[in-house]
Design a protein around this ligand. Sequence first.
Ligand SMILES: *Cc1c(COP(=O)(O)O)cnc(C)c1O
Length: 433
Amino acid sequence: MMDITALQQTYPIVKDLVAEKETVWANPDYGKPATLATTRADLFDAAARLRRFAPYFVSAFPETAETDGILESPLIPIKIMQTALNRRDDYQLPGRLYLKADNELPISGSIKSRGGIYEVLKIAEEIALASGQLVYMDDYAKLNTPAFHDLFSHYGIAVGSTGNLGLSIGIVAAKLGFHATVHMSRDAKQWKKDLLREKGVTVVEYAGSFTTAITTGREQAAQDPSVFFIDDEGSKDLYLGYAVAAIRLQKQLADQAIRVDATHPLFVYLPAGVGGSPAGVTFGLKMIFGGNAHAIFAEPTHIPSVLLGMATGLNEKISVYDIGLDGLTEADGLAVGRPSRLAGHEMRTLLDAITTFDDERIMAYTALLKDREDIKVEPSASAGFAALHDAQAVLAQRYPMRHATHIVWATGGMLVPAAEYARDYGIGEEFLH
Ligand SMILES: *Cc1c(COP(=O)(O)O)cnc(C)c1O
C-alpha cells in the first residue's frame, strides 16, 4: 500500500489529484540533458519502414491509394473554433490554432493507426525476411498474397487494449494473415468489440480494469513462442511508430507556410492514456524541431496516470487506484490507470507540462467542434482543447506567445457509430448552454 499522506507532503500536486481537482503540472526537469532510449536514427528507420510498406497498403487497403499508401491525417486551421473557444472559456489565445485530425487516419480512425500498425508491420517484415521470401527492395504489395498469408498464419499477434489500439492492430494483423487476439476489459465499448470480431479478430474480455486485461494477455502470450505480444506499457516500436508523425507534420507546416523558430514556437496538446502515443509524438517533435516545439499532455481528473507517475517520479510503479481514484471517465481512450514504463522516463526532460480536466469539458468541446467546424471526434480526442486553455498561464511565463502555433491533436473518432456519436454530442450540447 502507498503512503498517500507522505506522497502529498513531498509532492503537493498529489493533493489536487486525490481531490480530483483540475490542475496544471509544469515539469521541473524540462530541457535538462538526458540519455534517451531511442535516437533520431531509430525515428528515420521507422519512417523508412512505413515507406517500404506503402505499396502493401495500396493493395490491401484501397482507401489508402489516395495518399499512395502513406497513412496520414490533415493539419486543419480551425479559426472559427478558436473564436468560439475564446468566447466560451473567456480568454484570448495568442497565435493561431490548428487541429491535427488523426480522427481521420485510415484503418482505425485514431492515432493508434500510427504506433499499432507500425509494430505489426515490423513483426511481419522480420518474419518475411527470415523466411527468404522477401528482400528489402521488393514491392511489398506481394505481402498481400496467399503465400504470405500462409506464412503469417503460423504466428499470432496479441495486444491488451481499451479499444482503439486493438482496432488498429487487430485489423492489420488479421488482414496480413496472423491470428490476432485482443484482450479487453469487459466495459470497453461494445461497438469496438463487435467490429473486431467482424474482422476475424479474437476478442477476450476481462472483468475488472484494463490492467487485468493487459497483464493476463501478456502472460498468455509469453507461454507461446509463436505469439508476439504488443506491449502498450513499454514497446519502443509503438513509440517510434507514433514519433514518425513529427516528420510528416514538418512537411505539412512547411506546405502551409507556418514557421517554427524561436519567435514562432510550436505547441502541441495531446491526450494521454498510458502515455505512449503522446510521448512518441513528443519525442519525434523534439528530434525535428528541438527547443522550438513544446508538448503538453491532457488527462482526466479521474485517471491522471502519467501526471501521477511523473510528478512523483514513481512512473509505472504507481497507479491512480493507489491514491484512491475510481478511474472512471467518458474518455475511454484515456482510461488507463498505470502509465507506460517508457513514457514517464523518456518524457522526464522532453515534456513541458500536463493538465487535467473534468469530463464535462471534453464533452462540450466535442459538441463545439461539430457545431463550429463540422468535425466529429470522440470525447478523448477533445482533451487537447482543455489543455490549450489551462496551460496558457504557465506557457506565457516561459515563451514568447505572440506568434505561437497551437496544434490540438484530435486523436480519434472516425469509426464511432452514429448512435454513439449522437449520444456524446447530446451530452456535450447540454454543457455548452
Ligand atoms: C489511445 C488513445 C489516446 C492516448 O494514447 P496513449 O498511448 O494511451 O497515451 C488518446 N486518444 C485516443 C482516441 C486514443 O485511442
